[in-house]
Each structure stands twice: as C-alpha cells, then as structure tokens.
Design a protein around this ligand. Structure first.
Ligand code: SAM
Length: 340
C-alpha cells in the first residue's frame, strides 16, 4: 500500500467489492495458459489469439485486462511480456499458482456465488450450483480433479515439515493415510522414517495420481496404495491412522462414520492422528481458520471445529482425545486412542 496515502474506509471497502475482477482475470490467464505461452518470450495479440483459439476482439481487450492487473506488460513494439507476477502462473514455476487459480475460478468462485442461498438454507453453494457433492464432481471432471489434488499436494508439502517437527512417528510400523490424496504427507513421513511402511487410501479416481507421485519419489516399494470409500471401510492393521484435512470436510454424522471405520480397522492398540485447524471459541480478524471454515461451508458441507467440538466427536466415535499438539503451521495434531 502507498504509505503517503492512507485509504479511507470507503476506499478499502470499494477494493474489497471490486476484488472479484482480479480473481477472474487471474483465473482466465491460467485457463488460457497465457503464462506458459509467454514463457518462451513476448508475443503479439494475434499470436495469442491463434494459440488460445479465442475471439480476436475480446482477447485484445482481455490482454489489456492482464496488463491492468499486472500479469503482463505491453511493450513499445506492442508485444506482451510476462511480469514477475505472471511468471507465478507458469505450469513449470517452482511455486506455481496455476492450479490454485484454476480451482478457484472453476470451483470456489461458482460455489461462493451462491452464498446468499447457503446462509438461507444451509445447503453448500457448491451443491446448489453444481447439483452434486464436490468429490463426485471432481471424479467426473478429472482435469479440475487433478488441479485440486495438486493444490492439496502443494499445501500439504508446505506444512509436512511442521508436522514432523512436533510428532514422533518412529514408534510406528504401518501408517495409514486415510484420504491421503497424492500422498504429500505420507511421502515426508516415509522419507524421514525408513522403517515405516505406508498405506495410502483414497477414492479410485485419485489412486493413479498417488501412484505416479510415490513412484517418482522412489517410495512405491514402501507404500501400498488402496482404493476405497472411507464411508464403507478403511484398510485394516495400521498402528497409526492419519487423517489430514479430512474430518473438516464433513458434517458430524459423516465424520462419525469415518472415525468409527478407523476405530474398527485399527483394533485396540492403534492410534488416530488428525491434522486440522482448531477454531477458538471466540474469533477475531486474525483467526486463520475462518477462511477455511467458510470454504467448508460453501464447498463440502464440513466445518473447522473447536477443541470442545473435537472432544465430543472423538468421544462419540469411541476415541479418547489424548493430546493436542500445535504445529508451527498453525494447524494442530489431535491424537486419539480407542477408549477402553
Ligand atoms: C481435502 S483432501 C485432503 C487430502 C490429503 N489428506 C491432504 O491433506 O493433502 C480430501 C481427500 O479425501 C478424499 N476422499 C473424499 N471422499 C472420500 C471417500 N469417500 N473415501 C476415501 N477418500 C475420500 C479425497 O479424494 C481427497 O484426497
């Protein structure tokens, strides 16, 4: 922000109101692959029209929009060149935001647009807009499903170290990652602990991506990959069941089904470990969990929970909540053991 000019409350609010335009432009740049196109060097609007199969007149004006929001500049020779901001949308950027932009534009945006209906009815914006649950939709639309899983890998890989820093996995032999996605957390655990065997469990549409990723990491020989539905059952025989960002996706009845299936699978000596935000009883504008809680309200029908709510959930599912361990990432680990 310009330090010489302090925004008035109305200016700040106006920026908030208009913010959707930036989000839509970034989404469109990702969808058209503009950053990948310009990665090799500056290009004219005509070249971009041909490569993207777009309407010439509309594309020219949209390119001006990309200039306006800072993704590209237009040079004296009229060619468009990527800025450092635009570079972040390249598929091959080390910290690429392309999948996040795609997922936000295609899933979160439409879901959030039904926010008024959600507050009136309690029905997620996603279900209202798309007429089905999010995970069914991602299965039926594998391209955006792949983007979602890659976004999860990026978020989870970024915080895995903070889990490993505060939790000792070394006593365990068989770690089951329930709803493990493409296996970002399990990868970090297996790399740090060569004595552990992993089981990655997720729905069948996610399994191939998980296999590819674990193979690339050289871990396929230490990890069994299992397709299934955690509402029916989860793989048996693990001594630790990890559920990262799973329980927050679901309402109480669904959480209980998942947790009880873990309980059944682990026998009496196993443990369960959730990785979730813990909501404070009273929030303020620095409470990070609110952002994700609203996303759960709008997208999956789940919620971020308070410690009290987690204790009740564990208790109803037959677990004793043993320990809550904060991690430097802001999320916490909730460790449970079967109640005797
Ligand atoms: C929010 S993602 C979390 C992924 C991973 N644990 C992480 O944190 O990176 C939720 C995961 O639950 C999986 N999932 C959803 N419904 C499922 C079901 N019925 N059975 C098994 N996995 C499911 C999804 O495919 C997805 O990988």
């Amino acid at each position: 922000m310009n330090s010489e000019h302090t925004q008035s409350p109305c200016e700040t609010l106006s920026h908030m109101i208009q913010g959707y335009k930036n989000s839509q432009l970034v989404y469109l740049a990702a969808k058209l692959g503009v950053a990948d196109l310009l990665a090799a060097g500056p290009k004219s609007a005509d070249e971009i029209v041909i490569s993207t199969g777009t309407n010439a007149q509309a594309l020219c004006r949209i390119m001006n929009g990309f200039v306006w929001c800072g993704l590209v500049i237009q040079r004296e020779d009229k060619l468009f060149e990527l800025t450092s901001l635009g570079e972040c949308l390249r598929s091959d950027a080390s910290d690429s935001l392309k999948d996040e932009a795609l997922f936000t534009g295609e899933i979160l945006g439409p879901a959030w647009s039904a926010i008024h209906n959600t507050v009136k009815t309690g029905i997620t914006g996603f279900d209202h807009f798309f007429g089905m649950g999010i995970f069914q939709y991602l299965t039926e639309h594998p391209e955006i499903g792949e983007s979602f899983n890659k976004v999860m890998v990026k978020c989870t890989a970024a915080m895995s170290e903070s889990v490993l820093a505060v939790y000792d996995f070394s006593p365990y032999r068989e770690v089951v990652d329930v709803g493990g996605g493409f296996g970002a957390l399990l990868t970090s655990i297996l790399k740090k602990h060569p004595g552990i065997h992993g089981v990655l469990f997720d729905i069948s549409s996610v399994i191939q991506g998980a296999k590819d990723r674990l193979e690339k990491e050289g871990l396929l020989n230490r990890c069994t990959i299992v397709a299934g539905d955690f509402f029916n059952s989860v793989p048996q025989g693990g001594d630790l069941y990890i559920l990262k960002s799973i329980i927050h996706d679901w309402d109480e009845a669904d959480c209980l089904r998942i947790l009880k299936n873990c309980h059944k699978a682990m026998g009496t000596r196993g443990k369960i470990l959730l990785v979730e935000w813990i909501m404070p009883e009273i929030v303020d504008n620095a409470t990070n969990g609110v952002n994700l809680d609203l996303t759960m309200l709008m997208v999956s029908g789940g919620q971020e929970r308070t410690e009290r709510e987690y204790r009740a959930l564990f208790d109803s599912a037959g677990f004793q909540l043993n320990r809550i361990i904060p991690t430097p990432s802001g999320k916490s680990l909730l460790e449970g053991i079967p109640k005797t």
